[in-house]
Design a protein around this ligand. Structure first.
Ligand code: GLN
Length: 432
């Protein structure tokens, strides 16, 4: 099937990014199979969904093709942080905001620890073509940056239509392909999109973990950015971060709370973690299916939570903590990806607007006795947090570090440090 399926969701704008604008009623101008309007030549990029849907566009970024899951992100800002969030490994991000790339890119706004390893989204879809960057911090055009990171991109389509399609049908498996000459073997691409087994059952945390391969960094290693004056060595508390694809801003926020952070690979044993004598243990975010990490991460976490050391998990770390406690995780229909999601903290009754990026969730009904749901999504009621009764163990599904996104949930870092302080007999910091 071609893209007629997308027609019912056409917006009032023409779907082309650079072509002549049409002003007809909703639905007019939606012609996904037309020859690309920005040129007289044929399309230079294709998005081929597993059901055979073909979306033609203009190629940007790296050339080649890749199998991945297509998701949409509704954040208005922070494209560089989004695309370098290692949790997006194995995914193509469709930005619902139409103009992406206007401020270019720089070396400071990345979220992955090992840029050379290019952990992060493998593909991107934009509505408009990338314009020349206009920002004093811009060091590189987004197109060149995508190329350098090996991210394959497509622009010039109605991303609202694609987003609506995903909302209706769920995040699809797909192949994104970019060839400057517009030469594609459509049947092969369709077969590859169909053949990809998807993120369910796929363990990517081991790949995204910075220390997993000595090719990138020596491990364990000490984070050293974001300290007010003194370096990590002078920090008061010691947090060991199990790195399943951790974002930089998480580590920065720990640094800002006077923590030295030792980052260890995803497969580090519980004994090795405990030998580092941490005051607190952090379970990071990361890509892939949490249940697929059952062989290494979950058994380690199960041992760590038997101690009395405070434990805090974010996103993948939250899901794996849930598994270690005996709960189940499940694949979501379309997932949550954005910077404007309302979440309620049951422990305070307050609502926070948060950053989200997940396609799996902890099944609330499966939480065992003694494990309490602390946070819930006000969009769809899915679980967004848990804590263990009588222990200093908690985790959240959303991204309190944001980057990009609102900082409403920063208090969760203080909640964790207060557990550490409490154990040392120190007074608690104000949470908010
Ligand atoms: N941001 C994350 O840690 C994502 C966790 C997991 N890979 C998911 O998609 O649900």
């Amino acid at each position: 099937m071609r893209c007629d399926k997308l027609r019912p969701y056409a917006c009032e704008h023409n779907w082309q990014s650079d072509g002549p604008k049409t002003s007809g009623p909703a639905g007019n101008g939606m012609k996904m199979t037309a020859t690309a309007p920005w040129t007289t030549e044929k399309p230079t990029a294709l998005l081929v969904l597993a059901d055979g849907t073909v979306i033609e566009g203009k190629g940007i970024g790296a050339t080649g093709k890749v199998q991945a899951e297509v998701v949409f992100n509704t954040a208005l800002t922070g494209y560089e942080e989004i695309l370098t969030d290692p949790s997006y490994l194995g995914q193509i991000v469709t930005f619902t905001f139409p103009h992406i790339g206007n401020i270019g890119t720089n070396d400071e706004d990345i979220e992955d620890l090992t840029p050379a390893a290019r952990h992060g989204a493998v593909g991107v879809i934009f509505k408009a073509d990338i314009t020349e960057p206009s920002n004093y911090r811009a060091a590189k055009h987004l197109d060149a940056w995508l190329k350098s990171r090996g991210v394959i991109g497509l622009c010039g389509i109605d991303t609202r239509a694609l987003t609506a399609w995903i909302r209706e049908n769920g995040a699809p498996n797909a192949v994104i392909a970019h060839d400057p000459n517009g030469v594609f073997d459509l049947e092969t691409l369709k077969a590859e999109a169909r053949a990809w087994s998807g993120l369910e059952g796929l363990d990517l945390a081991k790949i995204a973990s910075s220390g997993q391969s000595s090719q990138w960094v020596q491990t364990p290693w000490i984070w050293n950015e974001g300290y007010a004056e003194l370096g990590a060595d002078k920090a008061k508390y010691h947090v060991v971060c199990l790195d399943y694809g951790v974002k930089r801003n998480i580590l920065r926020l720990f640094a800002g709370l006077d923590c030295k952070v030792t980052v260890v690979p995803a497969t580090t044993s519980a004994e090795d973690v405990l030998a580092m004598q941490p005051d607190g243990i952090f379970l990071s975010n990361g890509p892939g299916d949490p249940a697929a990490t059952g062989e290494y991460a979950v058994p380690v976490i199960r041992k760590l939570i038997k101690t009395d050391i405070p434990v805090f998990g974010i996103c993948l770390g939250h899901q794996m903590l849930g598994l270690a406690l005996g709960a189940r995780t499940e694949k979501m229909h379309q997932g949550h990806h954005g910077a404007n999601h309302p979440v309620k903290d049951h422990t305070t009754g307050k609502v926070e607007i948060v950053s989200m990026n997940h396609g799996f969730a902890v099944d609330t009904k499966s939480l065992p006795e003694g494990v309490e749901e602390t946070h819930v999504s006000l969009f769809d009621g899915t679980n967004c947090g848990l804590r263990v009764a009588g222990k200093q163990i908690f985790s959240v599904q959303h991204h309190p570090e944001a980057s990009p996104g609102p900082q409403d949930s920063h208090y969760l870092f203080r909640r964790f440090i207060n557990m550490v302080r409490g154990k040392k007999g120190e007074a608690a910091l104000a949470e908010r």
